[in-house]
Ligand binder design. Sequence first.
Ligand code: PLP
Length: 462
Amino acid sequence: MKYISTRGNVEAKGFIDTVLMGLADDGGLMVPSEIPVISAATLEEWRSLSYQDLFLKIFAYYTNDEIPYEDLQEMAYTSYANFRAPEVTPMHQVSDSLYVLELFHGPTFAFKDVALQFMGELYSYISKKQNEIIHILGATSGDTGAAAIQGVRGKEGIKICILHPHGKVSKVQELQMTTVDDSNVLNLSVEGNFDDCQKVIKDLFGDLDFKSRYHLRAINSINFVRILAQSVYYFYAYLQIEDSAEKKINFSVPSGNFGNIFSGYLAKRMGLPINKLIIATNENNILERFVNTGEYKPGGFTSTYSPSMDIQVASNFERYLYYLIGEDAEKLSAYMSKLQSEGKIMIEGEDLQQVQQDFVALGVKNDQCLNTISKYQQEHGYLLDPHTACGIAAYEAFNGLDEIGITFATAHPAKFDEAIQLIDIKQEFPAQIEALFAMSQHQTVVEHDKDEIVRQLQAFYG
Ligand SMILES: *Cc1c(COP(=O)(O)O)cnc(C)c1O
């Protein structure tokens, strides 16, 4: 398997080089040159596999034997040993037609752990094997940073620096990042908003000279290995349902950067018989507008109860667009230039029909989100976090008669207690979260100033 850039100007790469590259050097995103297709018979053979063994089966199609099987196996098992559920991502049945796939049993109580625990192991492995210095650099609105830090804390050969907007992440998210006292972790708390942080990171990665001199590596979902690791639980969930081959199974996915839902698109292209892929967003509904009208136009940011989905530019959208227009890198590059110059893209005609076959989408309003949390607490005694509630509301809107809906629970409700309190629900915090409040914090508050941030980084890298 080779990997190529959506924009066509990067020489084909292997698996490890693709992981190390992150954003493609031509500004595009790396994708497999062809998507392997898994037969229905093979799928049935996978039915009794553990999460880890299923992970290994799927990765085997993508890693080109660049990593010996025993090594990959050890990484998969180590990655998921920290999860609080033996199934890794357990299914919770809510009603005859609704299952919730709980993706929040990792160290930071959000779904990002599923991919980032593995990515931490993988970076550490590459660092040892290839004698590579790895300096992870990223910006976060909360969950990614915490999960990435937990993925690599204390690991030899790796240093991680995460920028977050000062005072603008939830209390639990802040504590999860800043109470880590390993010396390979640097938290920069930037006086500014998430976009300011992201802009600095983009500038630093865009400077190819700086990127290679300091061995910068990315952890956001532009990295293909995250997409692949997330596709595993689509297969896992599907296989947990008895006689799934005879049923119509929909997935409803709380979405922001289009990463998690793109993993579902990949799973479907790999042959997993998914009926509907439901995109759930909040009032930042760029993806809903895209599916319904074909217009993709970032703009007008709103703060909501589901902050991890408060995103305007869905970075993985480029991957989907690439497949939509027939894997034509030249055409894709023209679309991306248009997005840059005109601030929007328009998809029409047969392409738009294809979009509407691939996805349905709902932008869930703030009050509908809270109402959904109340309703499921009252009727089913099951507490949803605000992101998951958006997914459930979208499931309710699109799940047809005789269809089964699997909704992803992307975070534990304790992570977003600020919203839960608004509807007078009192929850008990898990012990791991409760303990954070008594720990001391380590972070450096910096101005929103690229030069200052570069100085901090140079001092940290030594
Ligand atoms: C990151 C995140 C999302 C959005 O996932 P994408 O892959 O960016 O679409 C949804 N819910 C929670 C809790 C998250 O942390």
